[in-house]
Design a binder for this molecule. Structure first.
Ligand SMILES: [Fe+2]
Length: 348
């Protein structure tokens, strides 16, 4: 990874701003990216971008505090493009005032309206289904709905991660968008009472718990199954993946809840033109293909295909509700999680 070959530089937190300022001042053929996404994940995309455009990329990787940081940097912030996962973080960036609106014909053509902010402050690049992981051994059902997760037939059989995690909040917000808050509250109570144990761990841990026989079904994001299946660093994850099948909830009716990874143009982007070129590139067929192959997500571009691994899960029919409408219910969803005591686990 040299600056010459693909100009990806992952800066440490300390001193990063000054390094980026120096970079931005030195040449106009650059774009500065503030990213919650891991550097090794976006490197293949940025390599290809530089190859196609000659524009070099500087990456500041953060695991938290992106909005606060850009706010603190103010008008002199070197940030051009923000990359992140989850509608919650994209909404936070917009609401935190660190983005600006983009009206770009190319970008709008590449990314369906359902997956972008109506004001142009954020754009989805990939989608991921919030699917059901079901025990191959113990679950014969081939389809399921989110609504059925509250059915007492699953009592003691369901595992989930923290109810306040943004992945779950996104799903619960979509339940509110479809059914209203009252229904969702009752549904969450049913889900809570079907839990095998207190919400805990990450999505992959739920597959692990299914393998261990602690529960029969779980909620998890689709790409983790691909990541587990192909994990050479921790091969035991292949066994977790082998214990489960992916069921796409509501495939036969209103569609499976999806969340996005996405991008935004930073408020004071010093390299605005290059930033727009990067945004156009990330929505392009070339970049969408890289996303699909490397991270097992679904490309947002209409007609773009997921990877073969992901195709093996079956077809995703995504909930057609605009993500902005779902996101509007996040606060209520979070309040309901507390109100029903979801994280306390099942009542015995
Ligand atoms: Fe994730």
């Amino acid at each position: 990874m040299t600056i010459k070959t693909h100009a990806l530089r992952a800066f440490l937190l300390a001193g990063a701003a000054s390094a980026l300022v120096a970079g931005a001042a030195r040449a106009d053929g650059e774009v500065n990216i503030y990213s919650y996404r891991q550097p090794d994940l976006i490197a293949p995309l940025l390599d290809e971008f530089t190859k196609e455009t000659g524009i070099s990329t500087n990456v500041l990787f953060l695991d938290k505090g992106l909005v606060e940081r850009i706010t603190a940097e103010g008008a002199n912030s070197p940030a051009d493009v923000i990359l992140t996962v989850d509608i919650s973080r994209l909404t936070e960036a917009k609401d935190g005032g660190v983005t600006q609106a983009v009206t770009d014909e190319t970008v709008n053509k590449e990314i369906p309206a359902q997956y972008r902010d109506p004001d142009g402050n954020w754009f989805g690049l990939t989608t991921r289904g919030r699917v059901v992981y079901a025990s191959k051994e113990r679950v014969s059902d081939t389809d399921i709905t989110y609504e059925e997760l509250a059915d007492p037939k699953w009592k003691g059989k369901i595992c989930i991660r923290d109810g306040q995690h943004s992945y779950n909040i996104g799903l619960f917000a979509s339940m509110i968008a479809h059914h209203g808050a009252d229904y969702t509250e009752t549904w969450l109570k049913g889900l809570k009472n079907n839990l095998a144990k207190k919400p805990d761990g990450g999505d992959r841990d739920q597959a692990k718990a299914i393998l261990a026989g602690e529960c029969d079904i779980a909620l998890g994001n689709s790409y983790y199954v691909g990541l587990m299946m192909t994990n050479e660093k921790e091969p035991e994850q292949k066994e977790w993946a082998a214990a489960i099948k992916v069921l796409f909830p509501n495939a036969k009716d209103r569609g499976t809840h999806v969340n996005i990874s996405g991008m935004a143009l930073a408020k004071n982007a010093p390299n605005r033109d290059n930033a727009l070129k990067l945004m156009q590139f990330l929505g392009s067929a070339d970049a969408q293909k890289i996303y699909a192959e490397k991270v097992y997500e679904y490309p947002v571009a209409p007609g773009a295909e997921p990877s073969d691994v992901v195709k093996g899960f079956g077809a995703l029919k995504a909930d057609p509700l605009p993500l902005a409408d779902i996101a509007a219910n996040r606060k209520t969803a979070s309040e309901l999680v507390d109100k029903v005591g979801l994280n306390e686990g099942p009542e015995m």
